[in-house]
Write a protein that binds this ligand. Structure first.
Ligand code: SIN
Length: 359
């Protein structure tokens, strides 16, 4: 039923968009920057049975050509080279797709006639993909992710303007060297800092405490701060197909040690714990994690709070327990960094702590 509803809506959208020309190199001035738009799915490419439905829709069913066709203004900003990389609901994002996406972006950006890349993505795991790309893209050309909270079929869909703004940011010379960016709801965020903070609002992304890097509106791009930690060309990580097994566990009232013990028995390489407060951990979970660390599992302490940072040797004796502090990375971004660090041969809490302190 859901699939039938979605295909009806897609047919309706095809009718809606078939009269508009897809923006491409042909419609735009040859002087404009050439931006590759890589579509991966998400709500920005979602369709529902009717225009008032913004929660019961199918993500990732509208193709990249249709997404571009409803934004004719794109041809005044850039020459667009569209590619459909995937059509997934980003809750199902998986590491092989990360490998494909990062490798494709690296290939495109190595070409002289590609000036930047925009990735359309689901909002649910956008912050993880953005940070992964921030650490593995080998170019200082702009890479900008965008998304939408309302499906393409919705009244006041936010995807078209987010897409136009993302291309505007990618085409702007000031975006070069800023690492991977997220353009969403007129704000420009760093991939390192941005997190999804609302399940429904169109202003769904924030960079807690530190704030956005800048803004984009009506073709104007302004940066108000820059990114301090190393990324892209200055990062030591190389995208590959080797993804060490790293999981996230959560500390909460009455938590047992069952999950951690099972992960250790399963041969996990790393565990990120989303602790309470300043990365504090329930005593029973902490015991299990200390055992995990003694077995060579990399244990990273982060916080489930959503902003702030975790102080090394603050709420837990990291030195004695063999733990690593995630600093200001949330648990999901800490997992991305830990996987990359382990894949690069990083080992032991001292070296891994240095990695977390650097990135
Ligand atoms: C997704 O993440 O693919 C679905 C949700 C969204 O994009 O808002």
């Amino acid at each position: 039923m859901a699939a039938r509803r979605a295909s009806l809506t897609i047919a309706a959208m095809n009718t809606l968009t078939s009269s508009s020309a897809t923006p491409s190199d042909e419609g735009a001035s040859p002087q404009l920057p050439r931006i590759a738009v890589l579509a991966t799915g998400g709500t920005i490419a979602g369709a529902a049975a009717d225009a008032t439905n913004t929660s019961g829709y199918q993500a990732g069913v509208v193709g990249v050509d249709q997404l571009l066709a409803v934004v004719p203004a794109l041809s005044t900003v850039a020459r667009i080279a569209p590619e459909q990389i995937a059509s997934v609901d980003s809750k199902d994002m998986a590491m092989p797709l990360w490998t494909t996406l990062a490798q494709r972006i690296n290939t495109l950006l190595a070409e002289d006639d590609v000036d930047g890349v925009v990735v359309t993505h689901g909002t649910d795991t956008l912050e993880e993909t953005a940070y992964l790309l921030h650490l593995t893209i080998k170019s200082d050309k702009p890479v900008v992710l965008t998304a939408a909270m309302r499906p393409a079929s919705a009244l006041s869909a936010d995807g078209p303007l987010n897409l136009l703004n993302a291309v505007t940011v990618a085409a702007n010379a000031g975006s070069r060297g800023q690492g991977v960016l997220v353009a969403f709801n007129n704000k420009i965020h760093s991939a390192r800092d941005v997190v999804k903070t609302s399940t429904y609002a169109v202003d769904a992304f924030q960079s807690p405490e530190i704030g956005a890097l800048g803004w984009v509106q009506d073709g104007r791009v302004e940066f108000q701060r820059s990114v301090v930690r190393p990324h892209t060309l200055a990062a030591e990580f190389v995208i590959g197909a080797n993804w060490p097994h790293v999981e996230v566990v959560v500390s909460y009232a009455g938590v047992s040690r069952i999950t951690v013990d099972a992960l250790v028995a399963a041969g996990v390489r790393g565990i990120v714990v989303a602790g309470t407060g300043n990365g504090s951990i329930h005593a029973s979970l902490q015991q299990a994690l200390a055992y995990a660390a003694s077995q060579g599992v990399a244990v990273v302490r982060s916080s489930r709070v959503g902003s702030g940072h975790v102080m090394r040797n603050g709420a837990a004796a990291d030195d004695a327990l063999g733990f690593i502090s995630a600093g200001s990375l949330n648990p999901y971004k800490a997992r991305v960094l830990l996987m990359l660090a382990l894949a690069a041969g990083g080992t032991g809490p001292v070296a891994l702590q240095k990695t977390f302190d650097t990135y």
